[in-house]
Design a protein around this ligand. Sequence first.
Ligand SMILES: [Ca+2]
Ligand SMILES: [Ca+2]
Length: 90
Amino acid sequence: MEIPHGELNREAWIGLSDKKKEGTFIWRDGTNAEYTNWADEQPNDEDDEQDCVEIANGVFWPGGESQVGVWNDFQCNRELMYICKKNASS
Ligand SMILES: [Ca+2]
Ligand SMILES: [Ca+2]
């Protein structure tokens, strides 16, 4: 899958959040997150308002280190692309 680069296109929601219980990350389908791939010092629940998880495709913020594939908890009301799970088919 190719993700286009651009101001708004660097990151994508992956359907994981700790909205229900702070610190406990649950997938959108209700399953627990057994595998995680957090970026350094994440999740940090910055300002007590980061409950949704995005995946990096470049820098998370201007001037930041470029990272690909690592996760960050982020404010849920941000507009980002999103990635959905789909059954494999031929
Ligand atoms: Ca949180
Ligand atoms: Ca964060």
